[in-house]
Design a binder for this molecule. Structure first.
Ligand code: AMP
Length: 945
C-alpha cells in the first residue's frame, strides 16, 4: 500500500536530480503541517495521497516517511548527475524552509512583548542560523521562500531572516501553530507575514489611536488627583486596552454586528464605562462620593457596576452591554456567553454574526480559575456556542501580590489554556499601540471568519498597587523600581508620532487638555455615543419591572385545548423507531391524555412546556441529562433506533411556535449555571431551566448561586427568572445523592430574592413551572425536585387538576378527617409526606393531620395559618423532615413555623417539635440499612414524639 505513494512521487517529474532534497524536505513539512508548504505543493501531495495505492488516512505517518526516505535514498543513489554542489544547495534550501517554520512555531518566545523587559529571555536555539547548519556566509545567497508570504518566490537569506524577525519577534508574538486546521493557519500566517506584523495604519487612524490612549490616561489621572488613595482599580500601565476596545466595537459594527456584550473584572472597568460605553463622568463622580444610586436594593461598589448604551459605528448603531460583575474573578465570562446566546436566539442569529461577546480577563485569574477552562470547553458545543468570543487578557504580570511565574502558574504563558480549543493566541506589547491595533483587527477578523474563540494577550504592567491604597514595592521591589522610571504608553506613543511627523508636540498636548476640559465640564467622553438610542436593539424589560412579590398567578388552561396539546406532544412520526421502554412511556402518556391512566410527573411537566409554548414563551432546558432526565422520566428527546437521529416532539407542536431548546450539557456545573443565569437575565419571556443530575451537584456552582442568582437583583437591579431543578430526597443513595442542600438556599433567602419550592404532585410542578413565566414577576426558582416520586403510585394528578388548578404554596391535609378531632398536626415538605401518609393509614391515626408546605420561601405564612385555622383541638404540632437536624428547612424556617403554631387556639409556637434525622456532618448515611432505620424512626417520631 505505502509503496504506492512513494513510487508515484519518485516517478513524478517534480523529483529529479538536485531538487530531491528540497522535495523531500517539503514532503516532511507537509506531513508535519500541510499549511507549511505552498498551495501548489500541498495540492500535489494531496493528489498523490488520493491516487490508487496511496495509504489511507489511518495509516500512521512515520511509516510513510520511512518509506519515503528509503525510496529517496535509492533514487538519489540511482540519479545520475546529482552533483555534490547541487546537493549542498538543496540541503541549505531545506534548512531555510525549516528556519521559516521555526519562526512560526517559536518566534513568540523571542518577541519583544514585555514593556518592562522583565521576561526571562530563554534562548530559542531553533531561531539561530547555526541550529539549521546555516551561517552568515549564506546571508547573501538567494533561497526559495516556500510558503512564507514575502511577496516573492526567492530572496536572499538576510532578507528572509529580517522579514521573519520583524513578523514574529517584535511587538507581536503570535501562537497559532497548534491549530490543526490548515486554512486557519494559512489565514493567520498571511495576515501577519504579508505586512511583517506592522501594517501602515495611516496618519489619521494613528491620531485617533493617540486620542483614545490619551483618554484612557486622562481619566485615571483625573480620578487620581481628585480622589487620591480611593479604590478604583485603575488601568494605568494597560491604557492601550481602551483603543483596543474602541477598535473592536467599531470594526464589529462595520461587520454588521448589532450588539456587543462585555464581561470584565474590576481592573480598568471604570475607564471602559466612561471612555467606551459613555457613562456620564458626573455619575461616576457621584459614585465616588458614595451616593446611593438605586431606589431598591442594597447596591454594589462602583467597579462592579454594569452599564448599557448605544454607539455609532460605520455599520450603524450598536448596542453595548457591560455585565455586572462580582469580585469572584472570571465567573462573569460564562454569564456573558449566556447573555450573548439569548440575544443571538432572539435575533435568529445562527452563526453569531450579529452579537459579539468580549471577555476581558486578568492574567493571574486566566491562568488560575477553572471556570476559564469550562468556558472554553463550552465554546463550540451546540447548547452554548456563540460564534466565537474575543478574549482579552490585561496581562499586568502580577496577580494582587503574586508575580513570579513559578508561583503564578505551571504553564509558559498565562494564556496556554486557550490552546485546548486551538484558539490563536496573540501576545502584544501594550506600549506599542500600532501593534495593538493590528492584533485587534486580526483577532476580530479571525472570529468573524472562523466563528471561533481568539485570545489577545495585552502584555502591560500595573503602575500602582492592586488598588490605589496599596503599596506594591513591599512585595515587588524590582518590578516597581522599573515601573517608576517607565514612561506611560501615551508618552511613548506621543514621542513616536512627533518623531515621525504625524503630530506636533502642541497637538499632542492639546488632545490631553481637551479631554481633561471635557471631564471637568461633565461632558460625555466616549467617542461615538448615541444620545437617543434605538431601543429596538435590546429587550424591553418594562413589563417585568416594579412588581411586588405574589405567589398567585392564573395558570389555568382550556381543557379542550389542553387535551389536544397532550395528544400532539405524544405524536411521533412513522420513520422514528422508538426504543421499547421509551415507547412504553409514550404509550402511557397517550393513555393519560385519554383519561385511562392517572397522570404522572413526566406527563404533567411536558404538558406545562407544551402549554407555555402555545402561549408564546420560548423554553430552554439544559443540564447533564435533561433529554432523558436523570431518572428516565422525561424522554423529551427521542433517539431513533434506526439511525441514531433525534426527534423532539415539543419542537413540532405548531408552525411558527416559539423555540424549544433542550440540550444535554457537558459535565460542568459552574460555567453552565452561570451561562443560564446570563441567558435568563436577557430573555425575560422565556422559561429557562437548568437541571442538575443530582441536586447536590450545584455545589460546584455555589459561586453562581451566591453571587448572581440570590443577590443579583438587590446588588444590581437585574431581574432573573431562572429555574433550577435539583433532585432531592432521602432514598438510601448515600451522602452525595440524597440532598440538594436545601439549607444552603434557605440561608440565602431574604427580601423575596428567590423562591424555594418542593412540589409533591404532578399538578404542582405543572402549575409551578407555568406560574414562573405567566406571572410578570421575575424571580429565580429553586425546585427540590423528586426522584422516586416521579413514579410513585400515589403521586398522581388528573387533567382537571391541570386545567383548573393552580400552584398551592400549602397543600392541606388530604381525606375527610373531622378537623375538630385532630390533636396533632405534622407539617412537612417533599417526599416524606408519602411516608407519613402511609404510616398514618397503616396505624389508623385519624387524630393526625398532615400539611405540606410546598413553598418554603417566600414563606406562605397567611396560607398556612388559613389551612390550620379549623383545627381547634390540637395539642401537638411537629415539623417533620428527612434531613438531619442541622440541615434541611428546620434552622431557617422554625421562626416562621412557630408564628404559625402560635396562631392555633392554644398558641403552640413554643412547643413546636422536630422530627428528623439527628444532626450529622454528612448529608445522609452511606448504608441502606442505616438509612431505612433512620427513616422509620423519624416517621414514627412525627406521630409519637
Ligand atoms: P442590556 O441589553 O443588557 O444592556 O439591557 C438593556 C436594558 O434593559 C438595561 O439598561 C436595563 O434597563 C434593562 N435590563 C436588561 N436586563 C435586565 C434585567 N435582567 N432586569 C431588569 N432590567 C434589565
Amino acid at each position: 500500500m505505502q509503496q504506492g505513494i512513494m513510487e508515484l512521487m519518485w516517478r513524478s517529474s517534480h523529483v529529479t536530480g538536485s531538487n530531491v532534497h528540497y522535495v523531500e524536505a517539503l514532503y516532511e513539512q507537509y506531513l508535519d503541517d500541510p499549511s507549511a508548504v505552498t498551495d501548489e505543493w500541498r495540492d500535489y501531495f494531496d493528489e498523490l495521497s488520493r491516487q490508487e495505492g496511496a495509504p489511507s488516512d489511518e495509516t500512521p505517518l512515520s511509516p510513510i516517511r520511512d518509506q519515503f526516505y528509503q525510496l529517496g535514498r535509492e533514487r538519489r543513489t540511482a540519479v545520475a548527475g546529482s552533483t555534490p554542489v547541487d546537493s549542498e544547495e538543496s540541503r541549505k534550501q531545506v534548512k531555510v524552509l525549516q528556519l521559516i517554520n521555526a519562526y512560526r512555531f517559536r518566534g513568540h518566545q523571542k518577541a519583544d512583548i514585555d514593556p518592562l523587559g522583565l521576561r526571562d529571555p530563554k534562548p530559542v536555539p531553533d531561531l539561530d542560523l547555526a541550529f539549521h547548519q546555516l551561517s552568515k556566509a549564506d546571508l547573501d545567497t538567494e533561497f526559495q521562500t516556500g510558503s512564507f508570504f514575502l511577496g516573492k518566490d526567492q530572496a536572499p537569506l538576510k532578507e528572509i531572516v529580517d522579514a521573519l524577525d520583524r513578523t514574529y519577534c517584535r511587538s507581536i508574538g503570535c501562537e497559532f501553530m497548534h491549530i490543526v486546521d490548515t486554512e486557519e493557519k494559512r489565514w493567520l500566517q498571511q495576515r501577519f507575514e504579508s505586512v511583517r506584523s506592522a501594517p501602515d495604519h495611516g496618519d489619521d487612524r494613528r491620531k485617533q489611536l493617540f486620542e483614545r490612549l490619551s483618554a484612557a490616561e486622562g481619566l485615571e489621572s483625573y480620578l487620581a488627583s481628585k480622589y487620591p488613595g480611593t479604590k478604583r482599580f485603575g488601568l494605568e500601565g494597560g491604557e492601550t486596552f481602551i483603543p483596543m476596545m474602541d477598535e473592536l466595537i467599531q470594526r464589529a459594527g462595520s461587520y454588521g454586528t448589532k450588539e456587543v456584550v462585555i464581561g470584565m473584572a474590576h481592573r480598568g472597568r471604570l475607564n471602559v464605562l466612561v471612555n467606551i460605553l459613555g457613562k456620564n463622568p458626573g455619575e461616576l463622580i457621584d459614585e465616588f462620593d458614595g451616593k446611593k444610586l438605586i431606589e431598591r436594593g442594597s447596591g454594589d461598589v462602583k467597579y462592579h457596576q454594569g452599564f448599557s448604551s448605544n454607539v455609532m459605528t460605520p455599520g450603524g448603531e450598536v448596542h453595548l452591554a457591560m455585565s455586572f460583575n462580582p469580585s469572584h474573578l472570571e465567573i462573569v465570562a460564562p454569564v456573558v456567553e449566556g447573555s450573548v446566546r439569548a440575544r443571538q436566539d432572539r435575533r435568529d442569529d445562527v452563526d453569531g454574526g450579529k452579537v459579539l461577546p468580549i471577555n476581558v480577563h486578568g492574567d493571574a485569574a486566566f491562568a488560575g480559575q477553572g471556570v476559564v477552562m469550562e468556558t472554553f470547553q463550552m465554546s463550540q458545543t451546540r447548547a452554548y456556542k456563540t460564534g466565537g468570543t474575543v478574549h482579552i487578557v490585561i496581562n499586568n504580570q502580577v496577580g494582587f501580590t503574586t508575580s513570579h511565574p513559578e508561583d503564578a502558574r505551571s504553564t509558559e504563558y498565562c494564556t496556554d489554556i486557550a490552546k485546548m480549543v486551538q484558539a490563536p493566541i496573540l501576545h502584544v506589547n501594550g506600549d506599542d499601540p500600532d501593534a495593538v491595533l493590528h492584533v485587534t483587527q486580526v483577532a476580530l477578523d479571525y472570529r468573524q471568519q472562523f466563528k471561533k474563540d481568539v485570545v489577545i494577550d495585552l502584555v502591560c504592567y500595573r503602575r500602582r498597587g492592586h488598588n490605589e491604597a496599596d503599596e506594591p514595592s513591599g512585595t515587588q521591589p524590582m518590578m516597581y523600581r522599573k515601573i517608576k522610571d517607565h514612561p506611560s504608553s501615551r508618552a511613548i506613543y506621543a514621542e513616536r508620532l512627533v518623531k515621525q511627523g504625524v503630530l506636533s508636540e502642541d497637538e499632542a498636548k492639546a488632545v490631553v487638555e481637551k479631554y481633561r476640559d471635557d471631564l471637568v465640564a461633565g461632558n460625555h467622553v466616549a467617542n461615538a455615543l448615541v444620545q437617543e438610542p434605538n431601543t429596538s436593539l435590546f429587550v424591553d424589560w418594562k413589563p417585568y419591572l416594579g412588581h411586588e412579590w405574589t405567589g398567585h398567578a392564573d395558570t389555568t388552561f382550556d381543557m379542550k385545548r389542553l387535551k389536544q396539546l397532550a395528544a400532539k406532544m405524544c405524536e411521533i412520526p412513522d420513520g422514528v423507531k422508538v426504543q421499547r421502554q421509551v415507547a412504553k412511556i409514550y404509550d402511557d402518556r397517550r393513555k393519560m391524555q385519554g383519561g385511562g391512566l392517572a397522570m404522572n410527573w413526566g406527563f404533567a411537566e411536558t404538558l406545562a412546556y407544551a402549554t407555555l409554548l402555545e402561549q408564546g414563551h420560548p423554553i430552554r432546558l439544559t443540564g447533564q441529562d435533561v433529554g432523558r432526565g436523570t431518572f428516565s422520566h422525561r424522554h423529551a428527546v427521542i433517539h431513533n433506533q434506526a439511525d441514531g437521529s433525534t426527534y423532539v416532539p415539543l419542537q413540532h407542536m405548531a408552525d411558527g411556535q416559539p423555540r424549544f431548546t433542550i440540550h444535554d450539557s457537558f459535565l460542568s456545573e459552574e460555567a453552565v449555571l452561570a451561562f443560564e443565569y446570563g441567558y435568563s437575565t436577557t430573555m425575560p419571556n422565556a422559561l429557562v431551566i437548568w437541571e442538575a443530575q443530582f441536586g447536590d451537584f450545584f455545589n460546584g456552582a455555589q459561586v453562581v448561586v451566591d453571587q448572581f442568582i440570590s443577590s443579583g437583583e438587590t446588588k444590581w437591579g437585574r431581574l432573573c427568572g431562572l429555574t433550577m431543578l435539583l433532585p432531592h430526597g432521602f432514598e438510601g443513595q448515600g451522602p452525595e445523592h440524597s440532598s440538594a442542600r436545601l439549607e444552603r438556599f434557605l440561608q440565602l433567602c431574604a427580601e423575596h430574592n428567590m423562591q424555594v419550592c418542593v412540589p409533591t404532585t404532578p399538578a404542582q410542578i405543572y402549575h409551578l413551572l407555568r406560574r414562573q413565566v405567566i406571572r410578570p414577576l421575575r424571580k429565580p426558582l429553586v425546585v427540590m425536585s423528586p426522584k422516586s416520586l416521579l413514579r410513585h403510585k400515589e403521586a398522581t394528578s388528573s387533567l382537571e387538576d391541570l386545567a383548573n388548578g393552580s400552584f398551592n404554596m400549602v397543600l392541606p391535609d388530604q381525606g375527610q378527617r373531622d378537623a375538630s378531632k385532630v390533636e396533632r398536626i405534622i407539617m412537612c415538605s417533599g417526599k416524606v409526606y408519602y411516608d407519613l401518609a402511609n404510616w398514618r393509614e397503616e396505624n389508623l391515626r385519624d387524630d393526625v393531620a398532615i400539611v405540606r408546605v410546598e413553598q418554603l420561601y417566600p414563606f406562605p405564612k397567611e396560607e398556612l395559618i388559613e389551612t390550620l385555622k379549623d383545627y381547634s383541638g390540637v395539642t401537638d404540632i411537629v415539623w417533620c423532615q428527612e434531613e438531619p437536624l442541622n440541615q434541611g428547612a428546620w434552622y431557617s424556617m422554625q421562626h416562621n413555623l412557630r408564628i404559625v403554631a402560635d396562631s392555633l387556639k392554644d398558641g403552640l409556637g413554643g412547643q413546636l417539635k422536630f422530627a428528623g434525622r439527628p444532626a450529622s456532618a454528612a448529608p445522609a448515611a452511606g448504608y441502606m440499612s442505616v438509612h431505612t432505620e433512620q427513616q422509620r424512626q423519624l416517621v414514627e417520631d412525627a406521630f409519637n414524639l
